[in-house]
Design a protein around this ligand. Sequence first.
Ligand code: NI
Length: 381
Amino acid sequence: MDPNVQQALPQWRRHLHQHPELSLQESETAAFVCRTLADLGVPFTAGVGGHGVVATLMRGQSNRSVGLRADMDALPIVEATGLSYASVAPGVMHACGHDGHTASLLGAAALLAQDTDWAGTVHLVFQPAEEGYGGARRMLADGLFDRFPMERIFGYHNWPGLEAGTVAVHDGAVMAAGSRIEIVVEGHAGHAAMPHLSRDPLLASAHLLVALQSVVSRNVDPLECAVVSICTMNAGVAANQIPSRSVLSGTFRSHRREVRDLVEASIRRVAAGVAASCGVAITLDIQHGVCATVNTPAEAELAAACAGALGVPVRRDMLPSMAGEDFGWYLEQKPGAFVWIGNGPARPGGELHNPGYDFNDAILPVAAEWLATTARRALAS
Ligand code: NI
């Protein structure tokens, strides 16, 4: 790799790490990306779907096209790494490594700009608001695929627990679809000593909490995967009063649309049954978030072949994650692949979204090379 790029990669990454911005607030991050692209002589369009930036490189006469994507946003976490380049933004931290993803995509831009041995169009998508704020959807709604046509799209996430620089490529599902559930149980308040005059929402909630654990275990094919987790239950203020209302919330995840729909229908049926048996009213608010990130077969093969060509270890045997990732929105419309690049062995506190997490600078060259190589080969194949 060009020594200038190799040297710049950790500098870019550490600058971004020191100046993290929350989802939908990535103005300085986008400005840094634009300045760096301008220094590299790479043309770009800013303000796509909010703070999104799309850099475009064209070479030769080919009409082939490909997209590469990185996310740019940070999390509302108080950093506890003690690093010299730790966050200077109070309560905001790059705890998911999007600083590294952005730096390596800048590296890919630099590599592709230097290299004359390819033909076609590469769009480099710097996406805001990945952490639950629909950045991918915002860019798509702003015409990403119409304004910057691309036949297919590739991206990666760093993966703690996987050897540094190892590339893991999944056949099919990589990350899960996620939906949020809010459940309101309405009863009738009363004296704790005269329960027959009340309709107890708390008892109904307890039944519901247990009954919802049958949704996956008794409705979903055991060879499929799904998870239902109720994570909050709030009701009552006094030890001698049956409350009037209880509120529960949680999430469900799956890798296939059919399973998601089955889980949702089962949750609704169970809730209606508990409402009837307990004589309370139960209302459900279900919000579907990201769809599943599912690789297409030819692009998964290409992604793995490109990693192999770099001489780094490739894993094809890893199970998908039940975590969400909004890259799935792109793969719903275009063929592509989303891979994991190992961030190094698991260490307590080094997990994604942990205050002690840090992106491993040692994997930046692998990530930048993999992105650039995948773009070149996608245009040629
Ligand atoms: Ni992330």
